[in-house]
Design a protein. Structure first.
Length: 290
């Protein structure tokens, strides 16, 4: 919190302005930490939201009129409007909020964007990589902290070319975004949208909020030392909470699968509506039962 509320909140750090020496040092140190934690070759820490990360990928690898394969919002997908950006949407087959690998069809598209808002179990990334000769991007916003701690699937090792996320959900940092890849060509295509570029013009990022990046660096230092225990305990807590609720008669989905492999659990709203009752007891969930 001290970093977020510091004088850095009113500072620029892109090198265009004078006095950016220490700001650039902060960027470089946080990028280095990100590469270490996620074991990647390239890390962009400038995005100010996960949505900006998604847009950077869409603009980098598709054109107007292109088709993008992704998860439908009715099955837990991130509700991004492809139509607003003149892209066409093709839905992945789903079963219990997981991509149904038995029903995946081969399709020639430039981009597969795996973006889940409801993500209790890993997606079959290796099967997806075999089916699509495309750039495969994995939006890890909700499970980024678990991935950092080695308690969820590792997308960049399982077939994804890019992993993005917002480091303020299971990753306990400030609101913002991060883009990670091991591919030099992909990083080169993403850079004009994510880095300050005076010569060719600004893409999606002008001021990346230096105070936020400093705060992110502090959290990354903590995750570098304690992330494995942190992530393991989060999953353990989620499973135990689901089990206790189920035993108390509050229906929780997917008991037969251990309820969850992430930090999320999903109440069975088809059977009961606990939203208001839980809120009366200072337990807050969202409108879809997470």
């Amino acid at each position: 919190m001290n970093a977020l509320a510091s004088d850095l909140a009113g500072r620029y750090g892109d090198g265009w302005y004078g006095g950016s020496k220490y700001a650039i040092e902060i960027y470089e140190k946080v990028e280095k930490l990100a590469r270490k934690i996620f074991n990647t070759k390239h890390a962009f820490i400038t995005p100010i939201s996960g949505n900006i990360c998604d847009l950077a990928i869409i603009f980098s690898f598709t054109r107007a009129g292109d088709e993008i394969v992704s998860i439908p919002k009715e099955h837990g997908g991130y509700p991004l409007s492809f139509k607003k950006f003149e892209r066409r949407f093709y839905p992945l087959p789903m079963k219990d909020y997981v991509i149904d690998e038995e029903k995946i069809e081969e399709r020639k598209v430039p981009l597969v964007l795996i973006a889940s808002s409801i993500i209790l179990f890993p997606h079959p990334l290796r099967r997806i990589a075999k089916k699509f000769d495309s750039v495969i991007a994995y939006d890890a916003s909700h499970v980024l902290g678990l991935i950092a701690g080695g308690q969820f699937q590792q997308p960049l090792k399982e077939g994804a070319n890019i992993m993005i996320g917002s480091p303020h959900k299971s990753f306990p940092g400030p609101q913002g975004g991060i883009v990670l890849t091991n591919d030099d060509e992909i990083a080169e295509k993403l850079a004009p949208y994510l880095l300050f570029d005076y010569e060719q013009g600004i893409g999606l990022i002008d001021n990346p909020h230096l105070n936020r990046i400093a705060c992110l660096g502090i959290v990354m230092e903590e995750m570098n030392g304690n992330g494995k225990h942190y992530a393991k305990q989060i999953v353990r807590n989620a499973k135990y909470l689901a089990k206790c609720l189920d035993e108390l008669g509050i229906a929780v989905k997917y008991a037969e699968k251990g309820y969850t492999e992430s930090h999320q659990i999903l109440l069975d709203f088809e059977a009961f509506n606990y939203f208001k009752k839980l809120e009366e007891n200072n337990i807050f969930i969202d409108c879809i039962g997470r």
